[in-house]
Design a protein around this ligand. Structure first.
Ligand SMILES: CC(C)(COP(=O)(O)OP(=O)(O)OC[C@H]1O[C@@H](n2cnc3c(N)ncnc32)[C@H](O)[C@@H]1OP(=O)(O)O)[C@@H](O)C(=O)NCCC(=O)NCCS
Length: 147
């Protein structure tokens, strides 16, 4: 990794909505600031979720994680979203965000972390492999919009 200072990582607050929306757009999910603000408020209020942001003066990345409990899989933490702004990649920010999410999982008594990544995310497999994640299975995602 480049030997530059990695920005601090902290828990998101409702004031981060605008920066999170801008980064979500980079991820391919354009979201208005007000919609992001509403989502963020609900997520912050729910202790099963956590959002961390990287950046000192400017927010350059975020990660969302949650605690999941399923009948067949037991308890695990899941990374629901992660993005680092394009011009700051390969400087260690993504690794630091994942490390913070892993710490949060441990703090919550959870010692297994899972992430599902879209096959279009070309850089993600090498990134997660470098951080010690092993590919478990390949899946197809189905969705239905209810009338
Ligand atoms: C995946 C992503 C979060 C990585 O963030 P990052 O800050 O660039 O990652 P880091 O600098 O912490 O990389 C850590 C290590 O992962 C590996 N890695 C990261 N990006 C890589 C790439 N494009 N190709 C190969 N290896 C890569 C490297 O081993 C890297 O260490 P190095 O730079 O010393 O070689 C970032 O590329 C991104 O936002 N991509 C778009 C969204 C996405 O794919 N999100 C994840 C899906 S859930």
């Amino acid at each position: 990794m480049a030997s530059i200072d990695i920005p601090d990582v902290r828990m998101a607050t409702e004031e981060d909505a605008r920066a999170l929306a801008a980064l979500a757009a980079e991820l391919g999910y354009p979201t208005t600031d007000s919609e992001m603000g509403r989502r963020l408020a609900r997520i912050i209020a729910d202790r099963r979720y956590a959002v961390f942001v990287a950046g000192d003066r400017e927010t350059v990345g975020w990660i969302q994680t949650c605690l999941t409990e399923s009948l067949e899989g037991g308890t695990f933490a899941e990374i629901l979203g992660l993005v680092v702004t394009q011009n700051q990649r390969r400087t260690g920010i993504g690794a630091r965000l994942v490390s913070r999410a892993e710490d949060w999982a441990r703090e919550n008594g959870c010692f297994r972390v899972r992430v599902r990544t879209n096959v279009v995310r070309a850089e993600a497999p090498a990134f997660y492999a470098k951080l010690g994640y092993k590919s478990k299975k390949r899946q197809e995602v189905f969705e239905k919009t209810l009338p």
